[in-house]
Design a protein around this ligand. Structure first.
Ligand code: NDP
Length: 411
């Protein structure tokens, strides 16, 4: 009661209530929004403002499609456990321990490609994925809910040292959404690391999207590059916020298993029913934009990952750095001297390049860059808060030396 009368406490309580409501709302809104956009994409007008007819719930449920989703995840889990590729260590945890991770994403991609190729030669129809898109998305959503529930229960018996810095509010809805445990594992099998890149990212590229017009080739080519790049540099995921700081709950599970494979491919889905002719000069411009975005994205992520793993590596040893009280240094030249989040800038340029082949007549294919901009702005604010807390005055000095966050001279 004393606390409620205190202004600061009241504000905190209000914020907490807002967060709890937000978590519950988002748990329903994210899947709802995803289905809405997929339905709109299949309508002749493809207008986000005209509400599409919602199919009967029973038509979304198909046990075969649930079986396919589960079989896909199981096959990728087996590949992830196969004794192929190297084993590497993650960054130190709070108790200074380092977890081990098997890095074999490229092997999994190769094996998946060969098996799918053999299947296609044997008469496998990948257009099944397009025809059952909604049912497969529904099944993936159910799996994400079930996994999040299991993760929540597992976290209840995990030791405090295994819990994520956030997501431990004690409120079941909030913790279910954000994730309780940092690195949930079954034996040596790391559930979060596996879901980050394997079932969703590989599934994203396993879809077939109609006749290969130039627009379709561009969209699929760009996205294939993104997927292959992520698996090629799989180790770099270990120094991202998702792995280092965020708990594994509904937000990441639904994102990895349903949102990424089914919504990130919205441009391709849209092009099947709304073909668009791209001229050669326009295609050249779009390819250049994607190339620029990719160079910044890859250059920045690799530079930071190399530096965090070994600051004396010859590829980064010549860069200027800033000491911090924690003993860790911050890069202040190279990509990280251009803006404070150069990897986000590159990612956003690529997101735009993936939508431009769909033309400018519809807003729907631009959902991805619009949503991604909001996501990265929120993520950037979250990271700035975290870095200010972690590095204090040194972070202030970095902000003075590199004043722009994402876009030079603008933001
Ligand atoms: P980052 O990989 O940018 O990690 C941020 C961390 O990097 C900071 O907390 C800090 O951690 C370290 N850092 C920041 N500045 C410096 C510096 N100057 N020198 C050295 N280290 C620094 O964040 P994300 O995990 O958000 O993003 C990783 C990639 O994933 C990005 O390319 C992003 O675009 C992409 N992404 C893609 C998504 C998608 O849906 N397609 C979703 C989310 C991200 P510390 O100092 O503790 O090491």
């Amino acid at each position: 009661m004393v606390c409620i009368r205190n202004d600061k406490c009241r504000r905190l309580l209000f914020l907490l209530l807002l967060l709890l409501k937000g978590a519950a709302l988002l748990t329903l809104l994210l899947p709802g929004g995803a289905f809405y956009l997929l339905l709109v994409s299949g309508t002749p007008g493809a207008s986000v403002l005209s509400v599409p007819a919602f199919p009967a719930w029973r038509s979304l449920w198909d046990p075969t499609d649930l079986g396919l989703v589960l079989a896909w995840i199981a096959a990728q889990a087996l590949l992830a456990q196969a004794p192929l590729g190297k084993v590497t260590e993650g960054t130190p945890l709070r108790d200074k321990a380092r977890l081990q991770y098997r890095i074999n994403g490229c092997h999994a991609l190769g094996v998946t490609g060969v098996v799918l190729g053999a299947g296609l030669a044997g008469g496998l129809r990948l257009s099944y994925v397009y025809d059952h898109f909604l049912q497969l998305a529904f099944a993936a959503t159910l799996v994400a809910f079930a996994l999040s529930l299991l993760l929540y229960i597992k976290a209840l018996v995990a030791p405090p040292s295994a819990l994520a810095p956030g997501g431990n509010s004690g409120n079941p809805v909030y913790d279910f959404f954000l994730g309780h445990e940092l690195n949930p594992r079954i034996g040596s099998f790391d559930l979060k690391f596996f879901c980050e890149l394997r079932p969703g990212l590989l599934g994203w590229e396993a879809e077939v999207r109609g006749s290969p017009s130039l627009a379709m080739v561009l969209v699929n080519g760009f996205q294939l590059l993104y997927v292959v790049d992520a698996l090629w540099h799989e180790e770099a995921v270990l120094t991202t916020m998702d792995i280092q700081r965020d708990g594994f709950g509904f937000m990441l599970a639904f994102g990895d298993l349903a949102w990424v494979p089914f919504l990130y491919s919205l441009q391709g889905h849209f092009l099947v029913t709304h073909p668009h002719r791209v001229s050669l000069p326009a295609a050249a411009g779009i390819i250049l934009l994607n190339g620029l975005g990719y160079s910044i994205f890859r250059g920045a992520n690799s530079q930071k990952n190399t530096f965090r793993r070994n600051p004396n590596d010859p590829r980064v040893a010549g860069l200027r750095t800033l000491p911090t009280a924690t003993g860790r240094r911050l890069l202040v030249s190279g990509w990280w001297g251009l803006v404070r989040h150069p990897n986000y800038l590159g990612d956003l340029l690529m997101a735009l390049a993936w939508s431009l082949p769909c033309g400018l007549t519809h807003a729907l294919p631009y959902f991805y860059p619009a949503y991604f901009l909001l996501l990265l702005l929120h993520r950037e604010a979250r990271d700035e808060r975290h870095c200010l807390g972690q590095y204090g005055l040194a972070w202030g000095e970095y902000c003075r030396k590199v004043p722009f966050r994402i876009l030079p001279y603008v933001y």
